[in-house]
Ligand binder design. Structure first.
Ligand code: F0G
Length: 461
C-alpha cells in the first residue's frame, strides 16, 4: 500500500475535461417544472453535479481509451474477449466467462437457466433488477440480511452480512429442490453500499455446501468490498486486493457482474462460472438473449476497456481514493449536522429523510420532495430510495411505506473533485436551513410498475 499521505489526493491527473452547464435558479425551476418535478426526467445538460448513480458514469483512463482503439471487432473469437476472459480468470478465478451487455443481462441469462416456478432465492437485500429477474422467472427473493442493517446509525463494519441462522432456517424449510442458489451482493447496494466480510462469505459457503446449494456473487462492487475487507477485517491487511478478490470469489460457484461499476466502463457485464455442465447450459441462453459467447451484446472495444478497467478497479491507491471520497462527503455532511446513514458505504452517501423532513409522512413523498428542492437549490441530482421506489402493494393498491426513507448521493468514479463534494455539502446544508418550509408532494402521473422512472408530481398546498 502506498504511503498513507497518498490517500489524501486523487491518484490521477485530468487530461480531458467536460464543461458543466451552470443553469441559474430561474432556469432550474423551469427545467424541474418541465420534468414534472421528478429529477429522473431532467436532461443531463441541465444538471450541475449528477449523483443519480455510479453505474456507467465513471471516467475511463487514458489506457482504457487507448484500449478502445485496440478493440478487435471480430464477431466470433475476438482477441478482446480473450483479454477480458484472462483478466477475470486472473482476478476472480472463474474459468468460464460469458460477456453480457450489462448486469441485468447477466442476471436474465443465469436466472432463466436456473430458476423454476415456486423457487426461493435467499440473499442480502437483493438489488431491484436481481429481485425483478427472480420474480420474472416466478421465483421469490427472501431477504436474509443481518437485522442490524435496518438501523441507519449503528456503527458496525459489515452491515451487508447475511444472518446465518435465518439462512439455515430457509435452507431447512425449502431444501435444495426449491433453492437453485443463494445470492450475496457485495457491497450490498440496496442496504446502503455496506460490505460483507470474508468470514461471513466463508460461512455462507460452508452452510450452503452442507445443504447442497450453490452460491452466486452479485459482484457489481466486488473490488470496493475487497477494500473494506482489507481495512476492517482482522488479519486481512497483509493481503493485496487481488489476493482478497481471489479468496472472496472462492466462496462462490458463480458470479454476475455489472462492469459499469467496479470495472469502470460505461457499458458491460459478464457471468463467471466454474462448472462446465452449467456453462454449457447457460451458454445457449446467452447466445439467444445477448449474442455470441465471445461478445455478449458488446463491441470488441467495450470488452477491451473492461479488461483494462478490471485491473484499475483493484488498485489500492485507486480504491483508497474512491472509498475515501465517499467517506469525505459523509463525514463533512455529518460534521454539519446532516442526518447521514452510518457508517458510509462504498459508493454513496445516504441521507435519512425521516430526520431531515419529519413533518412529511411517507405518503407525501419526502425523498422526491428533497431531491426537487436540492436541484432547485444547486442543480445537484440525487435519487430517492424509499416509499416512492417501493411502489404500491399489488393487492391493496396502497403505498408500501419503506423501512428506511433515504436519499442516495451516488458518486461516479474518478469524475468529481473534492471541491465538487464541498459544493454538495454546502447545498444540502442550505436545503436543511429551510427544511421546515418544504412541502410534501402528490402524484399527477403514476405508472403501474417501476413508477419512480416516469412519475410526475405537484407540490402539496
Ligand atoms: N446488481 C447491483 C448490486 C447493482 O447495483 C446493479 C445496478 C445491478 C446489479 C444491475 O446492473 O445496471 O448493469 O444492469 N445498479 C445501478 C444503480 C443501476 O444505480 O445502483 P446493470
Amino acid at each position: 500500500m502506498a504511503d498513507d499521505v497518498f490517500s489524501q489526493i486523487e491518484p490521477f491527473k485530468i487530461k480531458m475535461v467536460e464543461p458543466i452547464n451552470l443553469p441559474d435558479k430561474k432556469d432550474r425551476i423551469e427545467h424541474l417544472n418541465e420534468a414534472g418535478l421528478n429529477v429522473f426526467l431532467l436532461r443531463g445538460e441541465h444538471i450541475v453535479i449528477d449523483l443519480l448513480t455510479d453505474s456507467g458514469t465513471g471516467a475511463m483512463s487514458d489506457r482504457q481509451w487507448a484500449g478502445l482503439m485496440m478493440g478487435d471487432e471480430t464477431y466470433a473469437g475476438s482477441r478482446s474477449f480473450y483479454k477480458m476472459e484472462a483478466a477475470i480468470q486472473d482476478i476472480l478465478g472463474f474459468k468460464y466467462v460469458i460477456p453480457c451487455h450489462q448486469g441485468r443481462g447477466a442476471e436474465n441469462v443465469l436466472h432463466t437457466s436456473l430458476i423454476k416456478d415456486g423457487d426461493v432465492i435467499p440473499g442480502n437485500t437483493h438489488f431491484d433488477t436481481t429481485k425483478g429477474h427472480i420474480e420474472h422467472k416466478k421465483g421469490r427473493a427472501i431477504d436474509c440480511t443481518v437485522k442490524e442493517a435496518a438501523d441507519p446509525y449503528i456503527d458496525l463494519p459489515f452491515k451487508g452480512n447475511l444472518d446465518l441462522e435465518k439462512l439455515e432456517s430457509i435452507y431447512r424449510e425449502y431444501g435444495k429442490e426449491r433453492i437453485p442458489f443463494t445470492v450475496v451482493t457485495a457491497t450490498c447496494n440496496s442496504g446502503g453500499g455496506q460490505p460483507v466480510s470474508i468470514e461471513n462469505m466463508r460461512a455462507v459457503k460452508k452452510l450452503s455446501e452442507k445443504y447442497g446449494i450453490q452460491v452466486c456473487l452479485d459482484g457489481a462492487r466486488y473490488a470496493e468490498n475487497c477494500y473494506f475487507i482489507k481495512m476492517r477485517e482482522p488479519g486481512m491487511d497483509k493481503y493485496s486486493i487481488k489476493e482478497i478478490s481471489r479468496m472472496q470469489a472462492e466462496c462462490f460457484d458463480m458470479m454476475t457482474m455489472s462492469s459499469k461499476k467496479d470495472a469502470i466502463v460505461n457499458i458491460g457485464g459478464f457471468i463467471g462460472l466454474r462448472d462446465q455442465e452449467l456453462y454449457d447450459k447457460v451458454k445457449n441462453l446467452a447466445i439467444l438473449f445477448e449474442g455470441f459467447v465471445t461478445y455478449g451484446g458488446l463491441a470488441g472495444r467495450d470488452l477491451e476497456a473492461i479488461a483494462v478497467g478490471l485491473y484499475e478497479g483493484i488498485q489500492e491507491e485507486y480504491l483508497g481514493y474512491r472509498i475515501g471520497q465517499v467517506k469525505f462527503l459523509a463525514e463533512r455532511l455529518k460534521e454539519e449536522g446532516m442526518p447521514v446513514m452510518w457508517p458510509p458505504g462504498g459508493h454513496a452517501v445516504y441521507l435519512d429523510m425521516k430526520k431531515f423532513l419529519p413533518h412529511i409522512g411517507p405518503e407525501d413523498l419526502p425523498g422526491p420532495a428533497f431531491c426537487a428542492e436540492l436541484y432547485i437549490e444547486s442543480g445537484i441530482r440525487a435519487v430517492e430510495i424509499g416509499t416512492m421506489l417501493n411502489g404500491r402493494d399489488p393487492e391493496t393498491g396502497k403505498n408500501r411505506p419503506a423501512k428506511l426513507e433515504l436519499v442516495r448521493l451516488t458518486i461516479p468514479r474518478r469524475v468529481y473533485t473534492h471541491r465538487h463534494m464541498e459544493y454538495v455539502v454546502q447545498s444540502v446544508k442550505k436545503v436543511w436551513e429551510r427544511k421546515d418550509a418544504i412541502k410534501g408532494m402528490d402524484f399527477t402521473y403514476e405508472a403501474p410498475v417501476l413508477r419512480h422512472f416516469t412519475a410526475k408530481f405537484k407540490w402539496k398546498n
